[in-house]
Write a protein that binds this ligand. Structure first.
Ligand code: SF4
Length: 294
């Protein structure tokens, strides 16, 4: 039986198909749970702190205010299941928050936030591109001095070497494409701010680069549909395996792919029960009765 392709994809998921088709399948089609990592959760915290900073009036975006915004974001992240699941011991927890504070501090070495004119923060965009429904969240959309759109993406790690820079910019270029589809305007710049080593990588999207990206998305989507049709998603071991949460199911890592069906079935049953409970609640009947009846 052929697999159903995902209804929508984020830019990072689109790129992940090329990195390892099996990891893509496990994440985007089977939707297997991925254990949170301290690095990703720290990134979430820093993004949240910077989002709060940019909710302030320009003149108020000072390092002192950023510390207060980080404290606010830290209180929010402490009750987030992603952070709770990390189960950090006191020492690791102290290092986690100290690292986040360093990253927020370094942000001020990259730009002057009082001069930024944001028009959208954590902006959710969705559009049809090359037959695929693409959706993503832009960290910050702002206007430059000439009124052009600038797409900014924060990264809590270090900038990649020259060889990988184009690939990373390719990811953020998807957001530029989404802007063009939705607002009818091509951004004048897309940039990645690497807080880990205070490096900015920027590029100017052009007619040619946009056309190339559309063709790429369309070809990639065809490849995904074909792989679904043939149920052919092969593992591609490489450096990314170190960050992959699917070793237990990956044959290239001694894992057992037959476990996947059980996890998917359990999730489907849990989702069906939750939907039935919601329907019962909406109908105003006792939830337990409705779930049993369903
Ligand atoms: S462990 Fe490596 S090869 Fe296996 S699914 Fe993950 S990324 Fe792919």
């Amino acid at each position: 039986m052929a697999l159903t392709p995902p209804a929508t994809l984020s830019p990072s998921k689109v790129s992940s198909f090329k990195d390892c088709a099996l990891a893509f399948r496990y994440s985007a089609i089977d939707r297997l749970p991925e254990p949170p990592t301290a690095a990703a959760t720290k990134g979430t915290l820093v993004h949240l702190a910077l989002e709060h900073l940019f909710e302030r009036e320009p003149a108020e975006r000072t390092p002192v205010a950023a510390r207060a915004d980080l404290a606010r974001a830290s209180a929010e992240i402490r009750v987030d299941p992603e952070f709770v699941e990390l189960a950090l011991d006191p020492e690791a927890e102290a290092a986690f928050f100290a690292d986040a504070a360093r990253l927020v501090e370094r942000y001020f070495e990259l730009e002057d936030p009082t001069a930024i004119r944001p028009i959208g923060l954590e902006l959710r965009l969705e559009a049809e591109v090359g037959g695929l429904r693409l959706r993503g969240i832009i960290d910050r959309l702002e206007l430059d001095e000439d009124g052009g759109l600038v797409v900014t993406d924060y990264k809590s790690g270090k900038a990649p070497g020259q060889t990988y820079q184009q690939g990373r910019l390719g990811g953020v270029a998807f957001y530029s494409l989404l802007c063009e589809e939705l607002f009818g305007v091509r951004p004048s710049r897309v940039q990645l701010l690497y807080l880990g080593d205070t490096t900015t990588i920027a590029t100017v999207p052009t007619e040619q680069s946009t056309r190339g990206l559309r063709t790429k998305v369309s070809a990639l989507w065809k490849a995904v549909e074909q792989a679904c049709e043939r149920e052919d998603f092969r593992p591609r071991p490489g450096p990314l395996c170190s960050w992959c949460g699917f070793h237990a199911y990956c044959p290239a890592k001694g894992g057992d792919p037959s476990l996947v069906a059980g996890v998917v079935a359990a999730r489907a049953a849990a989702e069906a029960a939750a939907a039935a409970a919601r329907d019962a609640e909406l109908a105003g009947a006792p939830v337990a009765l409705r779930v049993v009846a369903g």
